[in-house]
Design a protein around this ligand. Sequence first.
Ligand code: TYM
Length: 332
Amino acid sequence: MKNRVFSGAQPSGKLTLGNYLGALRNWVKLQENYECIYCVVDMHAITVWQDPKELAAQTRQAAAAYIASGVDPEKSILFNQSQVSGHAELAWIFNCIARLGWLNRMTQFKDKAGKNRENASTGLYVYPNLMAADILLYQATHVPVGEDQKQHLELTRDIAQKFNHDFGVDLFPITEPLILGEGARVMSLRDGTKKMSKSDPSEYSRINLNDDSDTIAQKIRKAKTDAELIPGKADLLEGRAEAQNLIGIYAALSEVSRDTVCTEFEGKGFGDFKKALTELAVAKLAPITEEMARIEQDHAYIDGILRSGAEKADAIAQPILKEVKKAVGFLS
Ligand code: TYM
């Protein structure tokens, strides 16, 4: 099978620095060597309540963020999930392949459903099956994601394997996750043990891709740290979650290792370090933020890209879906 990349992000809020460093930035690099399909996964977003007007605006904003980060609609396919009906069709078939026991082990469902599990949507529960369908609908071989998606990708492999085995076919590849670089796990600025997330109630926990320079500076200034100095080696940050996170963000933004950052700032306190981090973050993000704001204004442009991306995606998906239906025994 051809090497093909698929990935996506949910338009359930503003995209964050975590999305950028863990995913988007790697998507851009992969465009050079792979056929890439990048999706705004609006069907995933509605597993929790989304105001319809905001969902539409956030979908456009996510598409603008992809493009502003460097996803090139001439090179890659860019579309929103709900425009290609094959995602929902394959997800249903996978609902009948995945086992309850498999889904019961998904930690993200437990986190997202929280204490009031009985009130979570059934969509939230079967969400990983839809994610497997997103990937396998295109027979994607590689999926660039942040660390938090690892378990879902293992499930995708299990579903592919079980489908191939049950129906005696070799239709689905065993997808490789691509979890790349120091930015694979960006944590909250308020709590170094929690992931930086677009759905965190605290604005100060995250940097959004459309934050202006003053907001970025203020959020970094308020970020939680400790009173100790920066050691010469990253290993020595053990047990200092917030310190580790800020050093990690610096490393990811400047594309060097955490050890290199520690060597550079050895013996300094976080007051000085935060100033350097702010300068770096603003320098890297401001061009993206500006470009995003410009693109976001142009609804016709974004909608046109998403529509034509959906047509291209559908053209790849249809023959694969046909094979799937034949394997299952659906008449056509
Ligand atoms: P989502 O929307 O939560 O995040 C999009 C991408 O950003 C990565 N990411 C992070 N990386 C590092 N640090 C963080 N704090 C951080 N937060 C988010 C995620 O790992 C992801 O790569 N289920 C997926 C969306 C999805 C998908 C797919 C991804 C649906 N179908 C098929 C790949 C392939 C999700 O909720 O991502």
